[in-house]
Ligand binder design. Structure first.
Ligand code: ADP
Length: 464
C-alpha cells in the first residue's frame, strides 16, 4: 500500500481507470454500430438481389420459371444461392451449393402466405443470411423467391475489428499510464521541491525563504503563501524573543536595586532608621516589580486571548469624569490643573473596567509629563457612530521620531526619566490593545514643546 501513497500514482490510477471505462464504452459502441451497419448493408443487398430475381421470373402455366440463372455481379459460388418455389412450396429452381441446409419450410410457407422472412442458416463455411419473399402476380401469390448471401465478409470485418480493439485497448491503457505518470510527475515536481525546501527551514532559521522561481499557478501561489507565512512567523518569533529579552531586562533592574539595598544594609550593624530606609527603598522596587509583572501578565493574557471583554452599557461622560477624579490627587500634588469635559451624553457597549484602566493610563502619563503650572484636559464627543475621547496636556510633547513607536512594547522616549517614574514602556501598549479589543483605535499627536494629545476612538451606540 506504501506504493499507492504518492499522489502521482493515485492520480494516474484514477485517470487510467477512468480511461479504461471510457475506452471500453467507446469500443463497445463502435463494435455494435459497425455490426448494425454491416448487417443493414447485407440485408439491403439481399433485398436488391431478391428484387432482381423477382423481375427475372416468368410464368409458364402458372408455374414460375427462372430463365436467367446467372445473376450479374454474383459473388463466388457457395457464398450465395437463389431458390424459386411454386405455389405448393416445391422448389422449381435451386442453384445452392451442396451442403447448404434446405430451405426451412416455415419461411417458404410464410412467404407463400404473403410475408417477407429473414433468417440465418448454416452454409458450407460461414452462415448464410437468407431472405424469402412472396412471388406475386396481380393479387395472387404464385410462389416464393429465396436468396441467400454468405455472412462471411460481415463476420470477417467484425473479427478484424475485435482483434484491433483487443490490441489497441491494452496498448492505449499502457501508453496512458506512462503518459499519466510522466504528466503527474511534471505537475507535482514543484510540490516536491517545495516540500524539500520547506523541510530545510527550521524554527532557528526562519529568516530563510523558499523563493522558488515558480509561475503564478496553484503551486507558485502555494509557495508564495508559504513564504508569506514564514515571514509572519519570523516576525512573531522575533517579537517574542525581543519581548522576553526586554521583560527580563526590566525585571533585572529592580532586582539589582533590591539586592544592592539589602547588601548595603547587611554590611554592618545599623540603626533602625537606616534599616527603615533600606526596607522602604526595597518596598518601592517591589511595587515597581508588581506593576511590571501585572502589565506583563495583562499583555501575555491579551495575546493569548484570555481576557474576556465585557459588553456593558457605559456612560462615557461619567467614566471620563470618574477617571479624572482618580488622578486629581496626583495632579494636585504636582501642581497640574486637571479638567474634564464638557461633552455630550454618549453611551457605549464596552468593558468599563478596561476602559477605565485605559483612561487612567493616559491621564497618568499626561499629568506626569506636564510641568507644574501646566494643565491636562479630557474631552469627549460623538459623531458618525464613533465616540472620541481626547486627553491633552501642556507638557513637552513627543518628538516626531518617537511618535510612531510610543505604542510599542517597552518603548520609552526617555528611559532614565520614565523608569524613575516607575514606567516600563508598557502602559500605552496596553491602551492600544484595549482600544483595538473594542473595535476602536488610539493615536497620538504632538507638537514638541506644546504638549501632546491622545485620541481614543470607539464605536458608539448600544452596539451588539
Ligand atoms: P510608561 O509606562 O513607561 O510611561 P508608556 O507606554 O505609557 O510607558 O509610554 C511610552 C512613552 O511615551 C513614555 O516613555 C513616555 O515618554 C511617552 N509619553 C507617554 N505619554 C506622554 C505624554 N503625555 N507626553 C509626553 N510623552 C509621553
Amino acid at each position: 500500500m506504501r506504493l499507492l501513497r504518492p499522489v502521482r500514482v493515485r492520480l494516474t490510477l484514477w485517470y487510467v481507470a477512468l480511461l479504461a471505462v471510457i475506452l471500453a464504452a467507446f469500443s463497445g459502441g463502435v463494435y455494435l454500430a459497425m455490426r448494425a451497419n454491416l448487417s443493414q448493408n447485407l440485408d439491403d443487398s439481399l433485398q436488391g438481389r431478391a428484387d432482381l430475381v423477382l423481375s427475372l421470373v416468368s410464368f409458364q402455366g402458372g408455374v414460375p420459371v427462372l430463365t436467367a440463372p446467372n445473376i450479374p455481379g454474383d459473388p463466388v459460388e457457395g457464398e450465395h444461392f437463389v431458390r424459386v418455389f411454386d405455389a405448393s412450396g416445391e422448389a422449381v429452381f435451386d442453384n445452392s451449393a451442396p451442403g447448404i441446409a434446405p430451405a426451412s419450410s416455415a419461411s417458404v410457407a410464410g412467404a407463400l402466405a404473403g410475408t417477407t422472412v429473414r433468417e440465418s442458416i448454416d452454409g458450407p463455411g460461414e452462415p448464410l443470411r437468407v431472405l424469402t419473399v412472396p412471388l406475386v402476380r396481380g393479387s395472387q401469390t404464385l410462389g416464393a423467391v429465396q436468396v441467400g448471401l454468405s455472412e462471411g465478409d460481415l463476420r470477417d470485418t467484425l473479427r478484424t475489428l475485435l482483434v484491433i480493439i483487443a490490441f489497441a485497448y491494452p496498448a492505449t491503457l499502457v501508453a496512458a499510464t506512462a503518459g499519466g505518470i510522466f504528466l503527474a510527475g511534471r505537475a507535482l515536481g514543484p510540490i516536491d521541491r517545495l516540500t524539500r525546501a520547506a523541510r530545510d527551514i527550521t524554527a532557528e532559521d526562519l529568516g530563510r525563504r523558499l523563493e522558488l522561481d515558480l509561475p503564478d499557478d496553484e503551486v507558485g501561489r502555494l509557495a508564495r503563501t508559504f513564504d508569506d507565512m514564514i515571514a509572519r512567523l519570523d516576525d512573531a518569533f522575533r517579537r517574542q524573543r525581543q519581548f522576553t529579552a526586554d521583560a527580563s531586562h526590566e525585571l533585572r533592574t529592580p532586582l539589582t536595586a533590591i539586592k544592592g539595598q539589602a547588601e548595603v544594609a547587611l554590611q554592618r550593624e545599623r540603626g533602625p532608621e537606616a534599616y527603615r530606609k533600606a526596607l522602604s527603598a526595597i518596598n518601592g522596587e517591589v511595587d515597581r516589580m508588581i506593576r511590571l509583572v501585572g502589565s506583563l501578565l495583562t499583555l501575555a493574557r491579551a495575546d493569548a486571548g484570555q481576557i474576556p471583554i465585557a459588553r456593558e452599557d457605559v456612560d462615557l461622560g461619567r467614566l471620563v469624569a470618574g477617571a479624572v477624579e482618580q488622578v486629581r490627587p496626583l495632579a494636585a500634588a504636582r501642581g497640574v490643573g486637571l479638567e474634564a469635559g464638557p461633552g455630550p451624553a454618549v453611551r457605549l457597549r464596552a468593558d468599563e473596567d478596561l476602559l477605565l484602566q485605559l483612561l487612567l493610563n493616559l491621564l497618568d502619563n499626561a499629568v506626569k509629563h506636564t510641568p507644574p503650572g501646566g494643565s491636562v484636559t479630557a474631552r469627549w464627543a460623538a459623531a458618525d457612530g464613533w465616540a472620541e475621547v481626547r486627553v491633552s496636556d501642556t507638557g513637552p510633547g513627543i518628538a516626531a521620531e518617537h511618535l510612531p513607536h510610543i505604542f510599542d512594547r517597552f518603548y520609552r522616549v526617555d528611559p532614565a526619566r520614565t523608569r524613575a517614574d516607575g514606567g516600563a514602556g508598557l502602559g500605552l501598549s496596553i491602551c492600544r490593545w484595549i482600544a483595538e479589543a473594542h473595535g476602536g483605535s488610539i493615536e497620538a499627536e504632538s507638537e514638541p514643546g506644546k504638549g501632546a494629545t491622545f485620541t481614543l476612538r470607539l464605536p458608539a451606540g448600544a452596539g451588539p
